[in-house]
Design a protein around this ligand. Structure first.
Ligand code: FAD
Length: 132
């Protein structure tokens, strides 16, 4: 296994842990990935030589695919995993009366289960707000 830092800082204790496990860390930014057939690929870096890999796991940052939140002026939060809507513990966004759930409002925990329970909670709190 090889970890590509892609220009990000990796904390010294994490580096030490990876070294302890004989997992090399490749610093520098990834400038390209050349695929060769079904599995193997070459990772190109701005510093140092290309690195050949059999399988590549990546976690690109996410962002909302629609722009409704923008036109409504909802506040967002920039997380290391991408942009999500800002919600409070009642799943209410920065604009009173608008609630959000699911991937759009959940950094780093995308799942059907999460989206379902958050959707249920958002619905309950939206209904409560209409009764208040
Ligand atoms: C490849 C893959 C595999 C996954 N596997 C799993 C798994 O095994 N188990 C698991 O729990 N989770 C899995 N997930 C994650 C899970 O699919 C998501 O976390 C979940 O679907 C999020 O639900 P959501 O309602 O927030 O968003 P979505 O399911 O993305 O629903 C958003 C909906 O809004 C619609 N939409 C977008 N823009 C507009 C617009 N302008 N107007 C109207 N409608 C619009 C979209 O078409 C979509 O139907 C997987 C995700 C992917 C990509």
């Amino acid at each position: 296994m090889t970890v590509f830092a892609d220009g990000h800082d990796i904390a010294p204790d994490l580096r030490a842990d990876l070294a302890h496990r004989n997992i090399p860390v490749v610093d520098g930014r990834i400038t390209g990935i050349a695929r060769h057939g079904g599995h193997s690929a070459t990772v190109k870096l701005d510093t140092g030589p290309d690195v050949a890999v059999d399988i590549l796991f990546a976690h690109p940052p996410t962002k909302p695919s629609a722009s409704l939140h923008d036109s409504l002026g909802l506040a967002t939060v920039d997380t290391p995993l991408g942009i999500v809507l800002k919600v409070d513990e009642r799943r209410e966004t920065s604009i009173p009366g608008i609630y959000a759930a699911g991937d759009l409002a959940t950094p780093g925990m995308p799942s059907v289960t999460t989206a379902s329970w958050q959707g249920a909670m958002a619905g309950i709190f939206a209904q409560q707000s209409m009764l208040a």
